[in-house]
Design a protein around this ligand. Sequence first.
Ligand code: ARG
Ligand code: GLU
Length: 706
Amino acid sequence: MKRILLITLLFSMSFISIRADEGMWLPSLIKDRLPDMQKNGFKLTSKDLYDINNASLKDAIVHFGGGCTGELISSDGLLITNHHCGFGQIQSHSSVKNDYLKDGFWAMSRENELPNKGLTVRFLVRMEDVSSKVFKGINKKTNENDRADIIKKNSSLLIEDAKRGNHYDARVEALYYGNQYFLFVYETYTDIRLVGAPPSSIGKFGGDTDNWMWPRHTGDFSLFRIYAGKDNKPAPYSAENIPYKSKKFFSISTSGVKEGDFTLVYGFPGRTQEYLHSEAVRYVSDVSNPHKINLRTLRLNIQKDEMSSSQEVRIKYASKNASVANAWKKWQGEAKGIKKMNTVNIKKAFEDRFSLWASSKSEYKGLIDSLAVIYKMIEPYSFANDYQAEAINANEIIKFAGTIRGAIIRNSKMSKEISDKNILEIVERYFKDYHLVIDKRSFKALLKEYDRNVPKDFQPLYFNQLIEKFESTDNIVENIFSNSIFASKEKLEKQIGDGIDLKTLANDPAFEFYLKFSDHFNSNIKPQLDNYNSKLSLLYRRYMRGQMEFDKNRDFYPDANSTLRITYGKVRGYSPSDAIYYNYYSTLDGIMEKDNPEIYDYNIPQKLRDVYKLKDFGRWSVNGTVPVCFVASNHTSGGNSGSPVINAQGNLIGINFDRVWEGTMSDIVYDPDVCRNISLDIRYVLFVIDKVAGAGHLISEMNLVD
Ligand code: ARG
Ligand code: GLU
């Protein structure tokens, strides 16, 4: 019996302990990884990747629009990212007449590059371990409140210091659950123009059907250009601005990838949670994901229904639909992967071993149980939080009422004229992409689920009163849409003219609904969530340290937190299940196999069909076709979209844009056998620009190497 136990323990240990490709490493500490990287084929030095005294590859990388990554590919500030990262911008320039989503957009000269209000890109100037400075003044006796105050104060001093005498932003971020702190200094550019985007039938080929899947044939890229003031520094949009002179940009390798090649992805992964307690993982895979998936399925079906019958609605909801569908699908893969890997039980076995070890250590004793207790208490609140986000705030009219309320409060000190202008702009933007039928149908569907699934004592009393008054959730929604001014642009604009304030809105049914639900949330749900979450963070701070002390063989790396990271791996196919093996690359032949004029997402441009027929691939031809995507074992996450994928020599071979379905649990648990990132082969990008778009002038700007 004991032996079996030992063997199971050893077994589970080998699952938890890290293998080659897992890890999101900090660029400033990458030197520590260099021997391993070199063993895997990497040819450059750590200073080529990150250096604060000389231009290094980090200077060619930006955090794009806050949620993606982009990289410079010319000395004139030309930037490449994913099509889905520029999607909002491409959509906002599109209309039924100029449908850039459908037809693509190519600026044939710099004057035609399109400005994008609100879009920014951020370079990392430098990063630095500031733990000792942040912890200065803290000792063993400091209580938690004082500790938090000291950290806050020390951090703001560091930030002030970093910003003195320059135009930078700075942040201090916690790593390893607050066991370590880093300072990040950024430079933000705000005049970013759209240069080119292929039609969606290339850039989003396969749409949401192929999303998160391999084999894949999506040409997921778009091009932008950073503009700067005459001094090359950030400047607000102006026709006088000039293309940014790149400190560093990527050379593009045209020699392609082979299985086993070293690959490195350099970008801004958003959020991972690799060190969770088993209870947290169980909640994600067994409760939260299934409920959120169900709510989004309802919305997606309604969107699909309405979008398929009108081009106008399709354009309006293209971006919203893509983002609803994206997380919806990921959650499914993630829950499946967690179950398949038996993560909850493996974590439990780990926790048992940890507890045994910790039983003699005062610092870590009882930690696992304490975490479990808090998780039990927080669960109903987390659940209510999920429904608040996915069933209440997901209703556009309700969220909009909240937005207008926020604007009224913010504008309270402005003149009526300025405030009105500001609010009218918000109204204009909102209704530009709004289709009432979708919102109303979704609202009905979501509110039914809210009623059915959220326990009564977690619902606002107000909701019960509404049910009593209107008798059904459908009638509640009907009433909102018949009587709220937020359902009508004209009525709302008239009200703004007549004078809009919180009092005039008090009896509006959408406004009231928004207020009552958020009041309920803010006074009954959020305080408990915050309370338990702060208890959890304290426990995790210790648990993280404990894991590092206990699990000596594991190579620890901090969870992603939207800071710049390096992950390296190899080009590799994989076996998703018994008897199936997936090749590591896809080609244009596969696009032609999927081509279907009847289905929007698969209806490729006629031009691409013509090129294919004539096999007019020019210098992009490889074995009589054109490579499109490839998979590798880099550990990536949301936010890594658009990240440069580079080879051993540091040249650009691809653009990261997705992960494979079987590996989407890697934000929580990484499996080297099936976790693969999907990249667009840079040669397909060049082919599309050259042969489909006829925008060869852009290629002349780039530096192509073997
Ligand atoms: N799954 C990729 C990512 O997480 C691509 C998403 C955009 N594409 C889409 N079909 N919704 O961002
Ligand atoms: N498409 C994702 C993004 O927007 C990248 C895929 C992933 O989550 O790994 O960042």
